[in-house]
Design a protein around this ligand. Structure first.
Ligand SMILES: [Zn+2]
Length: 356
């Protein structure tokens, strides 16, 4: 296989330096580039898979065996500029590879990366990242050239969904909707253990749909940073829950505090939690009406509230367009580790099929 890669690189180099007209040369180069990438993708051994979660404050990395066992872990602070971030990611991969014993050309690891944004297919550059120093950068190709291998990059909510669908709370489902209820509200769709990213790479971004079936006192809803009003995120994200509680009670409390107090007999907090359950059920019902997933997995800080998944699941039937609703709503299994695990799962193992 490596001979095939070497042959292709050699042929590619010959074309680049050939006396062809510039347009013809570019066409040849594009074709060669596709062939080389395909060969490299096939050549990299999938026995060790590295997953990296590039967060706003920390970068976490894990090396998994083919069976999903953790071979090595690393964590470091996220640099606040692009070049240092590239260096940190490269260093992290090499350290994980060393610790996992995957250093030689045959056994070196695959690399998957979860980012707080997405890569624009037309430009190859990052958009929608709250780590703003990544925006507009060619993160994937820059990292690929530094690591001399193909790297798969995916939105962090998609990595969460993929992790839970692969060997977490949604492992028994064909179609899994992974939900992030945290600082923001996001989501990812996984079908047969593969992310559905969509034409505009926004599949699963339900947080910026409007709250469905709004009551009189919910219309037209709080202003959202996206420019609309009444987005689901403005109601059931952590900051959204805290703001709603403050509007109705005058109390300034965090969402975690409110959700916990609700289970300890605090009536005002219980009323807010009841609204969270009702609004989440309404919002997820529209997902069920369109996608009809087998399992909905809740992640993010808000999802850690005891019994929240069960309470939302019990309320779904009131809104879904079906007499019988058997959709499972479950809390995550891997929690904070889902980001790195899902990034590692972006590559197949000898134990899984490759059909991307
Ligand atoms: Zn919005």
């Amino acid at each position: 296989m490596y001979c095939r890669v070497a042959q292709l690189f050699s042929a590619w180099r010959d074309v680049r330096h050939s006396p062809l007209a510039a347009g013809d040369r570019r066409a040849h180069c594009r074709g060669m580039h596709t062939l080389v990438n395909a060969a490299v993708n096939t050549a990299v051994s999938p026995s060790v898979r590295i997953g990296i979660d590039l967060g706003g404050t920390k970068i976490e990395g894990v090396a998994l065996s083919a069976e999903g066992t953790v071979l090595a872990r690393q964590r470091m602070a996220t640099p606040r500029n692009y070049l240092d971030t590239l260096v940190a990611l490269t260093t992290l991969v090499h350290a994980l590879e060393h610790d996992a014993g995957a250093l030689d050309a045959v056994s070196r690891a695959t690399v998957g990366l979860g980012i707080p944004g997405t890569i624009v297919p037309e430009t190859g550059r990052v958009k929608n990242a709250n780590s703003t120093w990544l925006i507009g950068e060619a993160l994937q190709t820059d990292l690929e050239s530094r690591l001399a291998r193909a790297v798969r990059v995916e939105n962090d909510a998609n990595c969460f969904a993929l992790s839970e669908a692969s060997d977490g709370a949604g492992a028994d489902g064909r179609v899994v909707f992974g939900v992030i209820l945290g600082t923001g509200v996001g989501g990812g769709v996984v079908i047969d253990k593969h992310c559905l990213v969509g034409r505009n790479r926004i599949a699963g971004e339900w947080g910026h749909n409007p709250l469905p079936w709004p009551r009189a006192d919910e219309f037209e809803g709080p202003a959202c940073y996206c420019g609309q009003r009444g987005c689901i995120e403005t109601w059931i994200s952590g900051p959204g829950i805290a703001a709603d509680h403050a509007r109705r009670t005058g109390q300034q409390r965090t969402a975690a505090d409110i959700m916990q107090a609700a289970l300890n007999g605090d009536e005002a907090a219980a009323a807010t939690r009841e609204l969270v359950v009702d609004r989440a059920a309404r919002s997820l019902a529209t997902i069920v009406n369109v996608l009809d997933p087998d399992v909905i997995v809740l992640g993010g800080g808000v999802s850690n509230s005891p019994r929240l998944a069960e309470d939302i699941g019990a309320r779904l039937g009131a809104w879904v367009f079906s007499d019988v609703v058997t959709t499972a709503v479950r809390r995550h299994v891997h929690g904070d580790a889902s980001g790195v695990r899902g990034a590692a799962w972006l590559w197949p193992t000898p134990l899984t099929s490759e059909s991307r």
